[in-house]
Write a protein that binds this ligand. Structure first.
Ligand code: GDP
Ligand code: IMO
Ligand code: MG
Length: 416
């Protein structure tokens, strides 16, 4: 079976930390969608590492890591990531496979991403400017270049053809300031050729047939999903469980546990609706105590209370079987802990998310609990207020909270 781990909110739920913790229970960890828009933070012997394209199992001996066909790859970022991990003494070449069907992010995709965002002005998505949208557009538009094309004799001409298409497309946008570093891109391509490419659908299905355990690591979060997120303020891939099947070539019947990661509050980086966002002193406290700054872009993350209407929606779409509640330690400091449990819409209460969260015709209804105001530590007798809060959440979401994360390091985790 293949287990799945996904973010249930707007990304940055702490997926990297939980994958790194769980990785020794698996033989293979795979990324199945997204690209270097992701930033998954891991602490290795006290040193912080942010992974953008490489799966978070890379630090575990004996674990194979696969960049699946649903991922989009920027060779420059990937090379830098590999070098950083090598500096930590890891033999990356023995632990990493790259799917031939994964698409390549060209410098001109990054140009188009920036130019398109600039042209949108106030309506911009707040993209990470990593070229994600334009690369997936070329994939579905049937123009894209793939890792496997690097093995063909005419890669240079395929590249030139696509770049020229992009140059024509760029004419619809005002000029955009951008550093074209094509030399670095081609150097990085040559560097990546030293790594094994794989037909990931065959490889993974053969490994499953041999009884190997696989974990698929999601990037972004459900509310950034291209179909089920807060469209158009979303990313360009399917971040949900269903994306595992298309992103790795695995049948739905092979999916086992679905581990959903949720912060004990909510954050969002970039534009778009965020029903429980706080603009007051509590929002500031969440941001400061949680150190809420983007792992990829460094932008401050918007903060708000936990939203159970949103969380239940994510659990439903993904078939979540276990929850990891992260950043619970941030709540240690709060006298009162607040969650939204329903929405008020058209004079009625509702348990469902409206079609378009951008139309602000709804209001979250909140409930508050006494905080525990103690530092939560693994192995301790957990305070009553905390246990009461957890049972309330479990009753609402009808899924067990199997892990409570109480700090960024691997072992700062309560396993229930
Ligand atoms: P990801 O994209 O889902 O992997 O999450 P990010 O790495 O972008 O952001 C999560 C941030 O929270 C990182 O800085 C982590 O080191 C940190 N983190 C993860 N779990 C916890 C936790 O339980 N408590 C605290 N205080 N920080 C955490
Ligand atoms: P991880 O995997 C948080 C957001 C961007 C923007 C929108 C579209 O670390 O959780 P894109 O660059 O994909 O075109 O941006 O999605 N976004 C993320 N927010 N965490 C992420 O990844 C994100 N990846 C994209 O801020 O609002
Ligand atoms: Mg992140």
């Amino acid at each position: 079976m293949i287990d799945v781990l996904i973010g249930l909110q707007w990304g940055d739920e702490g997926k990297g930390k939980i994958v790194d913790f769980l990785a020794d229970q698996y033989d293979i960890i795979c990324r199945f969608q997204g690209g270097p828009n992701a930033g998954h933070t891991i602490y290795v012997d006290g040193k912080k590492v942010v992974l953008h394209t490489i799966p978070s199992g890379i630090f575990r001996e004996g674990v194979q890591n696969v960049i699946g066909n649903g991922v989009v790859i920027d060779p420059v970022t990937l090379k830098k990531e590999i070098e950083r991990i090598k500096q930590l003494g890891i033999h990356v070449e023995e632990r990493l496979l790259i799917a031939r069907k994964a698409h390549l992010i060209l410098p001109s995709h990054r140009y188009l991403d920036g130019a398109s965002e600039k042209a949108k002005g106030e309506k911009k998505i707040g993209s990470t400017l990593r070229g994600i949208g334009p690369t997936y557009m070329d994939k579905t538009g049937r123009n894209g270049l793939r890792i496997g094309d690097l093995e063909s004799g005419d890669f240079a001409s395929k590249y030139a053809e696509l770049k020229s298409k992009h140059e024509n497309l760029a004419k619809i946008y005002p000029q955009f300031d951008f550093e074209w570093n094509e030399d670095e891109w081609f150097e990085s391509i040559e560097y990546l050729k030293k790594y094994p490419f794989t037909n990931c659908e065959y490889y993974l299905n053969q490994q499953l047939a041999q009884g190997k355990k696989i974990l698929a690591e999601g990037a972004q979060g459900v509310m950034l999903d291209i179909d089920y997120g807060t469209y158009p303020f979303v990313t360009s891939s399917n971040t949900i469980t269903a994306g595992v099947c298309t992103g790795l070539g695995i049948a739905p019947s092979r999916i086992g546990d679905v581990i959903g990661i949720s912060k004990a509050y909510c954050t969002r980086v970039g534009g778009g609706p965020f029903p429980t966002e706080l603009f007051d002193e509590y929002g500031k406290r969440l941001q400061t105590l949680g150190g809420e700054f983007g792992a990829t872009t460094g932008r401050p993350r918007r903060c708000g209370w936990l939203d159970l209407v949103q969380l239940k929606y994510s659990i439903m779409i993904n078939g979540v079987t276990k929850i990891a509640l992260t950043k619970s330690d941030v709540m240690d400091h709060f006298e009162q802990i607040t969650v939204a449990h329903q929405y008020q819409m058209n004079g009625k209460t509702s348990d469902e998310l409206p079609y378009d969260l951008c139309q602000k015709n709804y209001k979250p209804i909140y409930q508050s609990f006494n905080g525990w105001q103690t530092q939560l530590l693994p192995g301790m007798d957990l305070p009553d207020q905390f246990l009461h809060y957890i049972s309330y959440l479990e009753e609402q979401i009808q899924v067990p909270i199997s892990f409570v994360s109480v700090g960024p390091e691997r072992n700062q985790l309560i396993v229930r």
